[in-house]
Design a protein around this ligand. Structure first.
Ligand code: ZN
Length: 406
């Protein structure tokens, strides 16, 4: 599927730094740097296109955009793959509830997402892959799991047997009770009769009346969610890629299951070297979610005249591993910061440009401490100096590394 427009990324002078990120699976900081000259490989789970992009999504894609930009800054090509879950229960339910054809709903929401990502200057993935265009790939992944003896049938639906994976639980590190509670909360069916283990997840859902379905060796039906990402990641990145990313609500079951399925299917480990998760963004004391209806939408903000770069600065002001709440106060502060920065790069000179660029690199490569990077630029913008090359250099670094066009 077509992604969106690639922003210009200036090349910034000065030495890059090595990137360290917090890995959920090992519960610690790890270096995530491909070998010199090798491409970095990252998979970030994409949207289910049934509603518009809210600030929680935007925070996720901007966080992984920083990683993409830091690898590029270090001279790596980046193979960034992102899926679109363009057939799934929430999409079909929304289409039925609103009387819109599910494929049209998906197409219009994907286009809105593209426009939001373009406005936020998120570097697009090389491989932007829909599930509907990948049905054969998913069928192949299920067949690989069958050969590994990890698939069984419940009334025509196929399930992945988690007992086939001795490492199951290793991505989230959650205990059995937590896994079961989250599985029930996030689309799983722990109580379905006939399952071997409550945590076994759906691979192939046999055709139901009124639902879309595709031919397969297992009969007509449609894929389950987790195996889609295993299949797409294996095809476009291969095993043991650098970073698996997404929101922290994907740690379990989604990332646990997609890693487990890929590892059982291939007999190799690990699926990804690091599992990196963006914390949740809330509003008025509650998590922002479609079910609660408390969404701040990127499209609504930008169509209302908010500068997308101010939105990006609000997102960057919060560390990606800390839950936070969207406020108008933060948005006003970000707009003010943007104005100050724009004023500062319009000057004839400023304090030492190379020093602030190095401070931005140091902050970002330290587990994406974007707030510290912003503070370094603030300090530069608020001070005077005689480095005539500094304004242009700082503008380039802010653009290339933080994705903020001044
Ligand atoms: Zn995924």
């Amino acid at each position: 599927m077509q992604a969106w427009t690639q922003p210009e990324i200036p090349v910034v002078a000065g030495p890059a730094r090595r990137l360290r990120l917090y890995d959920t699976a090992s519960a610690g900081l790890v270096e995530v740097n491909p070998a010199d000259g090798a491409a970095a490989r990252i998979y970030v789970c994409g949207i289910t296109p049934y509603d518009a992009t809210h600030m929680g999504h935007a925070a996720t894609y901007v966080t992984f955009d920083l990683i993409n930009r830091l690898w590029r800054d270090a001279g790596h090509d980046v193979n960034y793959t992102q899926n679109i879950t363009d057939v799934d229960d929430p999409l079909l339910e929304r289409a039925t509830a609103t009387g819109v054809d599910w494929t049209e709903l998906a197409q219009s929401e994907i286009q809105l997402f593209r426009d939001d990502m373009t406005a936020l200057r998120v570097v697009p993935p090389q491989n932007y892959v829909g599930v509907v265009e990948s049905i054969d790939l998913v069928i192949g992944a299920i067949e690989d799991l069958q050969r590994a003896g990890a698939v069984y049938d419940v009334d025509g639906d196929l399930y992945f047997a988690v007992k086939a994976d001795p490492r199951f639980g290793g991505v989230s590190g959650y205990d059995a009770e937590t896994m079961r509670a989250l599985f029930a909360e996030r689309g799983g069916d722990p109580d379905r009769a006939g399952k071997q283990d409550p945590l076994d997840s759906l691979l192939w859902r046999a055709e139901r009346p009124g639902e879309p379905a595709w031919e397969s060796p297992f009969g007509r039906g449609r894929p389950g969610w987790h195996v889609e990402c295993s299949a797409i990641a294996l095809k476009y990145l291969g095993m043991t890629f650098d970073v698996q990313g997404g929101g922290s609500d994907l740690i379990f079951p989604h990332h646990e299951m997609s890693a487990s399925g890929a590892e059982v299917a291939t007999g190799e480990h690990p699926f990804a070297r690091a599992y990196v998760h963006q914390a949740m963004v809330g509003l008025d004391g509650e998590k922002m979610s479609k079910s609660k209806g408390n969404l701040v939408l990127v499209s609504k903000e930008r169509l209302g005249g908010t500068d997308p770069m101010a939105i990006r600065l609000v997102l960057l002001a919060h560390h990606y591993r800390t839950d936070w709440f969207w406020t108008e106060t933060d948005l006003l502060a970000a707009q003010e910061r943007l104005d100050i920065w724009r004023g500062a790069i319009g000057r004839g000179s400023g304090p030492d440009g190379a020093a602030v660029v190095d401070a931005v690199r140091a902050a970002l490569t330290n587990d994406l401490d974007a707030a510290a990077a912003l503070a370094a630029v603030d300090l530069w913008a608020e001070s005077n100096g005689d480095d005539t090359a500094a304004p242009a250099l700082v503008a380039q670094a802010v653009d290339a590394l933080l994705g903020v066009e001044l």
